[in-house]
Structure formats: structure tokens, C-alpha cells
Ligand binder design. Structure first.
Ligand code: R5P
Length: 261
């Protein structure tokens, strides 16, 4: 890794714990005005002090985040389909490397679909973007998307994450599953988990806790934070699990106390 790559990559992590709380608000590129992100700027602003990096699209960054914001950006550079499309996540490249640099991205993100009929398309587009990104020292976060009919189990997720890393991703985002140690231990680059659909706050905290215990370097959560009854309280509880390694009951109590204030 050269200096620029190392510098961008290290900005994504908390220097003390070595772990990371990434906040995903990129849903609009395929889901439109997702519940909780109708006004993305207002939703994100109070959470910024508690997150290590923000994952979003070019349009959301330009429209909703003030350029003065002191937050590393993970720029989504894949897309092209919506939730209305049968081939959801048959994604291609949506942002040029030039624009990623112009937007001062600390990293870029691309969804790959291992196991789908169009797997080859997404994997080759993904590697083309990595080739360019590496030239400029920009790390790629691979998002291992899971389509209908594919199992979110350790066998499938370790296959997808390992492929992403071997093709050149510097970090991989995947879903938590049973035997998650296998996913982490067979992936040569750091792994973060997505939160997925909204579940109860306690269950979401448990998910984050389990992932960290299994060796994940952090979380890249979206809906379980911005759709929480109290997003600011929730992000602080997640943060305490990731960076301070506190148990779930304590984190949940922290959430309830902060929410009550
Ligand atoms: C998935 O392709 C996108 O990156 C999502 O925005 C991301 O996974 C969202 O996180 P969550 O599932 O926690 O809402």
C-alpha cells in the first residue's frame, strides 16, 4: 500500500480501537426516498459526531452534506437498477474515478452479486473499477449483496467475501450469519457487517456485538440506525459495542437512558 492508499484507508478507522462504525445512507440509489432518509441531510447531521465514515452516493453527498463536514466519505460507485427491477443488483459503474477524486472520497463501494446469472458482469465491472482506483490510491469496499434464492450462510458469504478480497477489495461488507468466524477467518481483508432490515434495537445491538466477537472490524449499518426510535441514542450504543467492547445489555441500557433524556 502506498502512502495515499494507507492514509485514506486509515481514516476509516478509529485510531484508538482500530475498529470502525460506518454509517450507510446510500439506500436511495435503488430504493428512492427510504423511510428515515426523506431528508437525508437532517437525518445524518446529528449522527456525524458518532460515526467514523459516511457511505452514500454522489448525489446525496452533493445535495445533503455540507462540504465543511469533517467526515471521511465512502462513495457508492455502483448502481443502475431499482427495487422495481427483477434483476435487482445487476449493477454497473455509476461514478467515474475522476469524480470520486473530485468529491474527495476516502474509499469507494461497489455491490457484487456472486451466484447470480449475471455474476460475471458485476465481478468484471468491479475489478475494472478496482484497477482504476488502485492507480489513484483509493480503497475499494466490496458490498457482497445477496439476491433472492441465495443463502445468507457462512458457506455462501465466505465464498462471496473471499472472491471480493481476491479480486482486490481492501475491505468487505457482508451480512452476519451463524459461524461468522469462518467468514472472517477466510477473508484476508477486514470485514464489516451490514445491518439489514430494521429489527428491534436490542436485536440490532446483539447483531453488532456478535459480529465484533467473531472478528469483524466494525459495522456498516443503515436502517437499524436511521429507522431507530432514537437514531442518536442508537448510534452511541452501537459505537460503545464496536469501540469499547461493552456487553449487549449494557449497550441497550445506554440506548434506553439516552432515549429517555
Ligand atoms: C446495500 O447494497 C447498500 O449498501 C445498503 O445501503 C446497505 O447495505 C445498508 O445498510 P443496512 O442494510 O444496514 O440498511
Amino acid at each position: 500500500m502506498d502512502w495515499g492508499m494507507k492514509n485514506r484507508f486509515s481514516r476509516l478507522f478509529n485510531q484508538k480501537s482500530g475498529k470502525t462504525v460506518l454509517f450507510a445512507v446510500d439506500h436511495g440509489y435503488f430504493m428512492g426516498p427510504t423511510t428515515g432518509l426523506e431528508d437525508l441531510g437532517a437525518a445524518v447531521k446529528p449522527l456525524l459526531p458518532y460515526v467514523d465514515a459516511l457511505m452514500l452516493t454522489r448525489g446525496a453527498l452533493r445535495s445533503y452534506i455540507p462540504p465543511q463536514a469533517d467526515i471521511p466519505i465512502i462513495l457508492r460507485v455502483s448502481g443502475g437498477t431499482s427495487i422495481l427491477n427483477k434483476e435487482l443488483l445487476r449493477e454497473g459503474v455509476t461514478v467515474s474515478m475522476e469524480d470520486a477524486i473530485r468529491l474527495n472520497a476516502s474509499a469507494i463501494a461497489f455491490s457484487i452479486m456472486v451466484g447470480a446469472d449475471f455474476e460475471r458482469d458485476t465481478l468484471l465491472a468491479f475489478t475494472r473499477v478496482i484497477n482504476e482506483a488502485e492507480r489513484y490510491g483509493i480503497p475499494m469496499l466490496a458490498v457482497t449483496a445477496v439476491g433472492k434464492g441465495l443463502n445468507r450462510d457462512a458457506r455462501y458469504l465466505s465464498l462471496a467475501t473471499r472472491i471480493a478480497a481476491e479480486l482486490g477489495a481492501r475491505m468487505v461488507k457482508t451480512y452476519y450469519c451463524e459461524d461468522f468466524e469462518r467468514v472472517v477467518n477466510t477473508c484476508p481483508v477486514p470485514v464489516v457487517i451490514a445491518g439489514g432490515k430494521k429489527i428491534s434495537e436490542k436485536d440490532a445491538l446483539q447483531l453488532a456485538y456478535n459480529a465484533i466477537q467473531a472478528g469483524a472490524v466494525g459495522v456498516d449499518m443503515g436502517r437499524n440506525i436511521f429507522q431507530s426510535e432514537d437514531p442518536v441514542a442508537m448510534i452511541q450504543a452501537v459505537r460503545a459495542i464496536v469501540h469499547e467492547n461493552i456487553p449487549v445489555d449494557e449497550a441497550y441500557e445506554m440506548f434506553l437512558n439516552l432515549k429517555a433524556r
